[in-house]
Design a protein around this ligand. Structure first.
Ligand SMILES: Nc1nc2c(ncn2[C@@H]2O[C@H](COP(=O)(O)OP(=O)(O)O)[C@@H](O)[C@H]2O)c(=O)[nH]1
Ligand SMILES: [Mg+2]
Length: 232
């Protein structure tokens, strides 16, 4: 059985008060002993209060980045990783698009490799155009990585992944300046520093749907960042 005290879940947030309350509640109920770091870029809603509510009962930390110069999901995850003291890390979004039930499979898979990727099997709610753009960009990134002998993935845009903290910290130490801090694709940017020979386990999950509470902060600028990050 996997011992959840070996695991820190990193959750980047920006105005996720409603979602974070539900997500942390579920995670603590399902995974006894797990550590959680909510890394926040200056939410103006009750995200902080909702997070700190849980810190009385469990190891739930709120990492406040509101005074940092660079804001973004990537910069946040990299900062949070530095604060991790456990063997394993799982990164997941706050907006319930990544099923908390899959944390178990990802954590267990980390027993036998350094990186585990959550793979969206189907995306509900997306139109044909959005699916096509997503598929084309992913294929482009994978082709570039394959040519360079780097790791590819069936969901290279995934924001749901598990990684050994020593492995992650060593990549960050070597390549921190190459990451686009304001970007959204921290996994994609990490894959480009991992050789294709590395063992990576992919864990599929279904039911990826548009968020119920709050708004997506991703936009067309992100698309440019992805291309830039891939070619860099
Ligand atoms: N720390 C931090 N988190 C962010 C930022 N932008 C978005 N997030 C969080 O990152 C996760 C994914 O963002 P989201 O807007 O849902 O992106 P999408 O799923 O690609 O549409 C959510 O938990 C957001 O609250 C940011 O600038 N800083
Ligand atoms: Mg989202």
């Amino acid at each position: 059985m996997y011992d959840y005290s070996k695991l820190t879940i990193i959750i980047p947030t920006l105005n996720e008060a409603k979602n974070i309350k539900i997500l942390i509640g579920k995670l603590l109920q399902m995974y006894k002993g797990v550590h959680i770091i909510v890394v926040d870029d200056g939410s103006t809603d009750a995200t902080k209060a909702e997070t700190l509510f849980f810190s009385k009962k469990a190891d739930v930390k709120f990492l406040d980045r509101s005074n940092e110069k660079v804001h973004g999901l990537t910069a946040s995850v990299l900062d949070a990783a530095q604060a991790v003291n456990t063997r394993d890390i799982i990164v997941m979004d706050a907006d319930l698009q990544h099923p908390p039930e899959k944390v178990k499979k990802i954590a267990q898979a980390l027993e036998s490799c350094n990186l585990v990727i959550g793979i969206r099997e189907e995306v509900k709610d997306w139109g044909v155009y959005r699916k096509l753009v997503s598929k084309s960009v992913s294929t482009f990134c994978n082709v570039v990585f394959a040519i360079r002998g780097k790791k590819t993935s069936n969901d290279i845009m995934s924001g749901f992944f598990g990684i050994k903290s020593v492995f992650f910290k060593s990549i960050i130490r070597k390549h921190k300046d190459s990451y686009i801090g304001t970007g959204y694709k921290v996994l994609l940017e990490t894959l480009k520093f991992i050789d294709s020979s590395e063992k990576v386990i992919e864990v599929p999950y279904t039911g990826f749907h548009d968020r119920v509470y709050g708004k997506s902060k991703a936009g067309t600028r992100q698309l440019k960042d992805i291309i830039k990050a891939t070619l860099r």
